[in-house]
Design a protein around this ligand. Structure first.
Ligand code: URA
Length: 216
């Protein structure tokens, strides 16, 4: 297992190098750091968000701002530590809009997600998680199509890339924007979605059929 972990770490480091040289989108020239992703290269769960925000751009790490703190609490609620999972985004460069006090975060454009998709597919192929957790509508749509509606279609299992089960839930940044009764309601839905992830992980992993010779 240690060798396998080291092998995947090497592959991810190579792939991160290629992604950081990418200039397919304008945001590639504007960003401070390419936020490739981080976590356990042998993770059972891959968490995929939208795109890096200001803090992530500054530090070159995904989900390290307020949304990241909430994400860690959400994962801990189903006994998953940040170090257990692999965390990345649909785009590796921070999407921004000009603002009066400097660039503001924005959701990635479909074309930006399409440009970045080969890097994401490569990550999924290296890690081969048992489950993909997509955070928010843009990430879910990038896998499940533009018709995907987070309020109606979250919390259900879909077939993701490489046939990996994929479930979408609300983005932690969206949860942070809610107050009062809405906040309680959204937290309850996220909790039920995370329990579905836990249940899936607790199911026995699909095993390869035994070799013919070991049958007798
Ligand atoms: N929001 C995201 O979608 N990704 C991050 O890395 C941080 C905030």
């Amino acid at each position: 297992m240690l060798e396998e972990r080291a092998r995947r770490e090497r592959l991810l480091a190579q792939a991160a190098g290629a992604a950081s040289a990418c200039r397919r989108c304008e945001i590639g020239a504007q960003r401070r750091n390419n936020v490739y992703g981080e976590g356990n290269p042998c993770a059972e769960v891959m968490v995929i968000g939208e795109g890096p925000g200001e803090t992530e751009d500054l530090l070159g790490r995904p989900f390290v701002g307020r949304a990241g703190q909430l994400l860690e609490k959400m994962l801990a609620a189903v006994s998953l530590a940040r170090e257990d999972v692999y965390i990345c985004n649909t785009v590796k460069c921070r999407p921004t809009l000009p603002g009066p006090r400097g660039p503001k975060n924005r959701a990635p454009e479909p074309a930006e997600m399409a440009n970045c998709r080969p890097y994401l597919d490569e990550q999924i192929d290296i890690i081969r998680p048992r489950v993909i957790l997509a955070l928010g509508a843009p990430a879910a749509k990038s896998f499940l199509g533009r018709e995907f509606q987070i309020t109606k279609m979250r919390g259900q299992w879909y077939e993701g890339p490489l046939g990996i089960p994929l479930l979408a839930t609300f983005h932690p940044a969206y949860v942070l924007r809610q107050t009062g009764g809405e906040l309680t309601a959204v937290k309850r839905l996220v909790w039920s979605d995370l329990k579905a992830v836990r249940t899936k992980l607790d199911e026995a992993p699909a095993e390869a059929p035994p070799e013919q010779a070991s049958l007798f």
